[in-house]
Write a protein that binds this ligand. Sequence first.
Ligand code: SAM
Length: 243
Amino acid sequence: THFGYKTVNKAEKQARVADVFTSVAKKYDIMNDLMSFGIHRLWKRYAISLSGVRSGQHVLDIAGGTGDLAKVFSREVGRNGHVVLSDINAAMLEVGRERLINAGCNNVDFVLANAETLAPFDDESFDLVTISFGLRNVTDKDAALKAMYRVLKPGGRLLILEFSKPVFEPLSKAYDLYSFTALPLMGKIIANDSESYKYLAESIRMHPDQQTLKQMMQQAGFENCDYHNLTAGIVAVHRGFKA
Ligand code: SAM
């Protein structure tokens, strides 16, 4: 156990993830900016630049939350394209829906879905599937990767933006210290919710490192997998293709 968290079973983890995001939904965007000093915007911009998204394409953003990626994809795919913003959490999806509708994104649909099954979506229906800061919350990551593979068209690509393992030890230590002290403190002050942000720090620590995630993608069937470290590996973008 780390920092008072016991190992939890699958149902408990899913329930906890649901509580966390229902609790933070309204404050989610401002917390993101504060906790990452605004850098999450750069990370997302860079990930989008690696996505290869083109006009007319069909894009699925999984665990899309308040819609940062979907909003950009909506513009990039244009009138003939289509974007689905999807999340397991109704409160997060509602914030995203309101935000994108206000921004005039009229080629976006909003669909509740669990990343582990992606049940609402047909096989081979998307050119691009993305998941940004979402995979670490998913309990069965192998099942999720297989589901992503299933809904991609042949030739389609998967893009994963997620916290990863810092490339050198002192940074790793400093970063741990930041996540386990400053994050819950900011969560307490701004969202009056330190537990949720403690959970977030924990989920970052437990997430597979760069090589492990790449291997998991290969096991799910993805080809030509690669990754790019950002901010010295605090975050990484993984890519894989369906042949
Ligand atoms: N993609 C957005 C971004 O980059 O700002 C939101 C990321 S937020 C940290 C994580 C999101 O994952 C939350 O909206 C949460 O509801 C969602 N999530 C957690 N578990 C999920 C699951 N099993 N399937 C789909 N979404 C899930």
